[in-house]
Design a protein around this ligand. Sequence first.
Ligand SMILES: C[S@@+](CC[C@H](N)C(=O)[O-])C[C@H]1O[C@@H](n2cnc3c(N)ncnc32)[C@H](O)[C@@H]1O
Length: 289
Amino acid sequence: MTQTVGGHGRDIPFSDSDFRAISDLAQAEFGLNLAESKKPLVYSRLSKRLKARELDSFPDYLALLKRSEENNERLELISALTTNVTSFFRENHHFEMLRDHGFPSMFDRLKESGRGRIWSAGCSSGQEPYSIAMTLLNKMPDAARRNVKILATDIDPKIIARARQGIYPKEEATGISELFQKNFTHKTEHNELGMSDNLREIITFAELNLMSDWPFNGPFDAIFCRNVAIYFNQETQQRLWSRFCEMLVPGGFLFIGHSERVTGAATRELTGVGITSYRKTGSGSRLAS
Ligand SMILES: C[S@@+](CC[C@H](N)C(=O)[O-])C[C@H]1O[C@@H](n2cnc3c(N)ncnc32)[C@H](O)[C@@H]1O
């Protein structure tokens, strides 16, 4: 079947083989799994990119995407094919689990290792790592001095730049408790919601494609990778769970999105300890009752 879209006054054909070529590229570069049912969505989102690049055929767009100097267009592609939807304290039970079980074991380990690390992988515009940081500073106000830090990464450089800015529409404050708003946020001169400097001090933002090599060794006391793997096929997801597992300290936590499940080899070491919450086997990996 061939779909068409109006572009420069003409229709742009989108054949099944165009769709397959896009989905193969998205799979190879970003691990994205584009089911056949996504064809209309892919078509409507990418036709905007074709217009932006003044192209009138998908094969031309594919040829452009393969050029090494077109890294920005490949990032536009991933932005067009994924969503950045996020919010403060989304799926709050994860932050409660972190507070009640993750932090006590991280603080214990800190006495020996001298470091604590949490990773927000696929952090989008930053609400997730800022929520982690508020939860942490509420329990350990001097986290920076004690070498307890958060790494926040996303594939999309534009979204990482927004996350780093830490400024949000004031309506987003509704997701943050009054106490945390008072302690960790301020009103900007344009009446927006600003994140405080002590939150920003403990978060390092960086671009990272989860499909590529990770330029760090961890280990992490907790990893948040929520609503990211949903785009990946099962094999890619399973490889990711295993890589996260390797990066966790014994007893470390992995939090994933509400419609995701850990499957495959990682289940040998990651035990479910609550809704979409897993703990790596090892010292203290049972939850205290
Ligand atoms: C729906 S948001 C999730 C944000 C946050 N974790 C949450 O649950 O609220 C998904 C994010 O995953 C990022 N993403 C998609 N594929 C990725 C990849 N291969 N590597 C890193 N980040 C990726 C997207 O750029 C997007 O910001």
